[in-house]
Design a protein around this ligand. Structure first.
Ligand code: SF4
Length: 104
């Protein structure tokens, strides 16, 4: 657990699948789909579900966010979330439609 959230197994502060990038991402990309082996949470990050089961963008200072990552700082980008997170939003939509249920 980190900040009250479940994580994958961690070794020396890093996800066990991290080795100069996400190994699951790299293997999937080499096979034609970068998301093929990644957990849903990794694909949709920084989108998350609220307690009302609606999606929102995790960001510093919102909903008790306690991860201190530059990518969660809204001032770090001049693009709207709709632009910069188009791929993640698209995946979340597929997930809500049940098209990614095999990942559960
Ligand atoms: S994207 Fe997910 S699986 Fe890949 S290294 Fe990061 S936390 Fe691990």
């Amino acid at each position: 657990m980190k900040g009250g959230r479940s994580t994958l197994a961690v070794v020396e502060r890093y996800c066990v699948f991290y080795a100069d990038g996400c190994v699951l991402h790299m293997i999937g990309a080499a096979e034609g789909d970068k998301n093929m082996y990644k957990p849903c949470t990794c694909i949709t990050f920084p989108l998350d579900r609220s307690c009302h089961n609606t999606w929102y963008v995790r960001q510093k200072g919102y909903k008790y966010e306690n991860w201190d990552l530059p990518c969660l700082d809204p001032s770090a980008s001049h693009h709207s979330p709709a632009e910069s997170l188009a791929e993640e939003i698209s995946f979340a939509t597929y997930f809500d439609l049940g098209l990614e249920d095999w990942r559960k």
